[in-house]
Design a protein around this ligand. Sequence first.
Ligand SMILES: [Zn+2]
Length: 429
Amino acid sequence: MALKAVRKDVYFDDIETRPVNSRRLYQEGKLCHAIKHAYKHAPSAREILDKARVKPSHICSIKNLEKLPITRKTDLIELQKSKPPYGGFLTIKPEKVERVFISPGPIYEPLHSSKIKWFAQAFWAAGFRRGDIVLNTFTYHLSPAGMLFHEALKQCGATVVVTGTGNTEIQLQTMRDLKVNGFVGTPSFLMALIKKAEEMGLNFRNDFALERAWFTGEMLSPSLRKTLEEDYGIDTRQTYGVTEPGGAIAYECAQKSGLHLMDDYVLEIVDPVTSKQLKPGEVGEIVVTPINNKAWGLIRFGTGDLSSYTTEKCSCGRTSYRLTGILGRTGDTVKVRGMFVVARQVDEAIMNLDTISRYQLIVNRIEQRDELTLKAELKEATIDQSKLANDLNEKFQSVCRVKIDKIEFLKSGTLPEKYQKILDEREWE
Ligand SMILES: [Zn+2]
């Protein structure tokens, strides 16, 4: 009995800890139903299937989603122009739409109450509960963020302070007056608040009651996370959300080792060129299909974000697979010998060694084979270059999964002032 009470407090619902196989069966059942529902009620979904010559009953497995094309933000904008206002994806009667949000594009999105539950699950995993007083610094206008997070925090029992964006001095005064212990916003805005408090002569750790911060919409760098946690004593969590397909896609638990996938989407990591599904550990584009959104028939939405996923068990007890973090956008990447090399991962591999000040990675094609050259400016000329070359290649291979063919060490300041970190010089004939 006692154990059950504790478990109930840790997990949002028992779906989070279900066995992997039963999750797959659950998701495929929901997918099958969602595709049939979209085909019946959303004209654009029907066109997509008809054009691909696929019957809805054929999309009852995650693998079979590959038979359908990917819909991107630009497609959605065009479709909303030609089939206003929802682009042919609305699957309920227009008078049943409770709220409409507007994303840049513009893209008009109907609210479905399930969106609130998805964010509530993410807030719950981050530890938000009854008794918490939470500053919601996302905008309440146009975009779904402010209102959605507000409702989701309420579902967790928290008290929400409606501040929205900007007004740092008022935000700080409110935080002190109300003894705010939770922050919802972007990492950079929280840092701006801390800096402002320090400029005002306050000691953030002692004069404020902030215990936890929940971030989305912007990457939390490992160094900023370390500063917030170690210097300011704030527990930080990230959630990955994309508004077009519905909202929260993946969220961090207390382990902070990847983002657990929400059960209400089928998430694929695909090769951005072929749209085929990739294996765990391989880097590709995040593509999502909502399976529990009765209002919206979007299928295979291509986010343009790059990530990979892991199937390893998480010690928090949740059984869902995890995203390994957002590694960049599809434009920041180059494919070398079949593997995607992503700018952020190259940075991680090379700059962590702390002996290189700047670098340039060049891809060439010599006798039908991709060749990778690294030009690296040394911080100190006296370093053992052959050992460093080995260390660099070892680190690079473990992070990017391809080998560098040539490494050239340069004196500091040799690379031009403006240069591209990754240069693709291949010519395809
Ligand atoms: Zn976990």
